[in-house]
Design a binder for this molecule. Structure first.
Ligand code: KIV
Ligand code: ZN
Length: 393
């Protein structure tokens, strides 16, 4: 790579719903569910899908392999600690991928090196270099993460980043693992790092922000303003503890405020709401009604003054169009008189794809039973109807 990868105008979207998202307590997913979500992310034109942590369990290995087999247009990534066995397992799981990436990491903050790894900084540095070189034996697309970079001593972080790039890393990820940073400080870190590391222009600089202080999206956006060209995020902000930066919020902020951000993503935003619904129905984690972009109130106007304004001109109170993120304008209400096509199309809008006639017939017959009892069928009812009818097949 000879061009400066961090000054171009394309922001790479790296989704880790299937890996960090699944680390959210209670959010585990089956292989089939991961493939469904992976296909949805591919349709949405996510650049990189982190499909799991292959060494973590045989199930995780098989899921990464299945996603790598099913997804052809996005790069599929597998996580590995900086250990030979992890990297070999990730390389094996990614064999079927059209485009595969190994993401290897080691912690670099004083507290993690001393208390968790019980290693000296120079040994951490040596292990990082070795891991990147090992990963390069499987693919030329290697990401290196300095875990807990947000609390790492700056000069040491620069040494590790420079050495990882020299060893062959093509993406360098700077995680705020514990969500400790605040926006101007994290943005500054990214700018200083790009300035201080002599070979920083040979790799894409990425950020991975956690939401412990509710700042994951703000920290990610601040980094983009300071030169980061990959953001790691999840659908609905799912993830370890308080979660990761939310994909929908980052993507729509970049798009809506293109006057401020000198870059753009490749995301087809019309898949945002269907993907949010799919992830929510698979994990059983509801989306809060006032959640930006994907909450059911995100485009609802309750006050008379707002309703009046919107009726005269939408832009009085709306900075985005609901249809652009996949909300349907279609006010069809599902009830006992609705037909199979209306049911099928509403299910698709909320991210539930019934892939054969038998599944649709089963869902339709259950739908008619429920519609006989209820005046109006809500999306929550549809999600239950679809999963019960699939379980009964
Ligand atoms: O939060 C974190 O540091 C991670 C790394 C594995 C990238 O998830
Ligand atoms: Zn993380």
């Amino acid at each position: 790579m000879t061009t400066n990868t961090n000054s171009n105008d394309r922001l790479i979207v790296f989704d880790t719903t299937l890996r960090d998202g699944e680390q959210s307590p209670g959010a585990s997913m089956t292989l089939e569910e991961k493939v469904r979500i992976g296909k949805m992310l591919e349709q949405m034109r996510v650049d990189v899908i982190e499909a799991g942590f292959p060494i973590a369990s045989p199930g995780d290995f098989e899921s990464v392999k299945a996603v790598a087999t099913a997804v052809k247009d996005s790069t599929v990534c597998g996580l590995a600690r900086s250990l030979d066995a992890d990297i070999e397992r990730a390389g094996e799981a990614l064999k079927p991928a059209n485009s595969g990436r190994i993401h290897t990491f080691i912690a670099t903050s004083p507290i993690h090196m001393k208390e968790k790894l019980r290693m000296q900084p120079d040994d951490v540095l040596a292990q990082a270099i070795r891991a990147v070189k090992k990963a390069r034996q499987y693919t030329d697309n290697v990401e290196f993460s300095a875990e807990d970079a947000g609390r790492t001593e700056f000069d040491f972080l620069c040494r590790v980043v420079e050495a990882a790039i020299d060893a062959g890393a093509t993406t360098i990820n700077i995680p705020d693992t514990v969500g400790y940073n605040i926006p101007h400080q994290f943005g500054d870190l990214i700018r200083r790092l790009i300035e201080a590391v002599p070979n920083a222009d040979k790799a894409v600089i990425s950020v991975h922000c956690h939401n412990d202080l509710g700042l994951a999206v703000s920290n990610s956006l601040s980094s983009v303003l300071n030169g980061a060209r990959q953001v790691e995020c999840t659908i609905n902000g799912l993830g370890e503890r308080a979660g990761n930066a939310s994909l929908e919020e980052i993507v729509m902020a970049i798009r809506t405020r293109h006057d401020v951000f000198d870059c753009h993503t490749n995301i087809d935003t019309s898949f945002i709401v269907p993907a949010s619904r799919l992830v929510s129905s698979v994990t059983g984690f509801p989306v809060q009604p006032n959640k930006a972009i994907v909450g059911k109130n995100a485009f609802a106007h309750e006050s008379g003054i707002h309703q009046d304004g919107v009726l005269k001109s939408r832009e009085t109170y709306e900075i985005m169009r609901a249809q652009d993120v996949g909300w349907s304008d279609n006010k069809i209400v599902l009830g006992k008189h609705s037909g199979r096509n209306a049911l099928k199309s509403r299910l698709e809008e909320i991210g539930i794809i019934l892939d054969n006639e038998e599944a649709l017939n089963a869902a339709f017959s259950r739908f008619k039973d429920v519609a006989d009892r209820k005046h109006e069928i809500f999306d929550e009812d549809l999600i239950a109807i679809a999963s019960e009818s699939q379980a009964a097949l």
